[in-house]
Write a protein that binds this ligand. Structure first.
Ligand code: FES
Ligand code: FES
Length: 155
């Protein structure tokens, strides 16, 4: 077992976990924050994306112990039902989701993309989100949502 201490959505947390615990399991099982999803076992789908020190990371590819001391932000940390993050609002308004399974990872990746490129072209969005797979939408409305979210984040 290893004692892991990190900041999760602005709150200091600490837990003893087996050494091989993945960050996504730490978030979902140890910390009971189930907004971060697991959609594959091959590091391909992006449903598990969170921010680690401000960078998008597939949390199924990182051990919890490797996040010692880090600032982790999950989908629960960026907005609330009554006050959505501008990117969440844009997905809502532009029908950027259907089943919603990929959406937490999409939104987390999209926020980082826009923080680095505040006015992304359609191509920029498609390339920036190529690590996130959606089985439902055909991506068109996701691209629209991210561009609308970029505008809202700039207001
Ligand atoms: S669960 Fe699919 S990339 Fe992490
Ligand atoms: S909305 Fe269903 S997987 Fe993307």
């Amino acid at each position: 077992m290893t004692n892991v201490n990190l900041t999760l959505n602005g709150k200091a947390v600490s837990a003893d976990v087996p050494d091989n615990t993945l960050l996504v399991s730490f978030i979902r099982e140890t910390m009971a924050l189930t907004g971060t999803h697991v959609g594959c076992d091959t590091s391909q789908c992006g449903a598990c994306v969170v921010h680690v020190n401000g960078e998008s990371v597939k949390s199924c590819t990182m051990l919890a112990v490797a996040a010692e001391g880090a600032e982790i932000t999950t989908i629960e940390g960026i907005g609330r039902a009554e006050s959505l993050h501008p990117m969440q609002q844009a997905f809502h308004e532009n029908h950027g989701l259907q089943c919603g399974f990929c959406t937490p990872g999409m939104v987390m990746s999209a926020i980082e993309l826009v923080e680095k490129n505040p006015n992304p072209s359609e191509q920029d969005v498609r390339e920036g989100l190529e690590g996130n797979i959606c089985r439902c939408t055909g991506y068109h409305n996701i691209v629209k949502s991210v561009q609308a979210g970029a505008q809202k984040m700039g207001e």
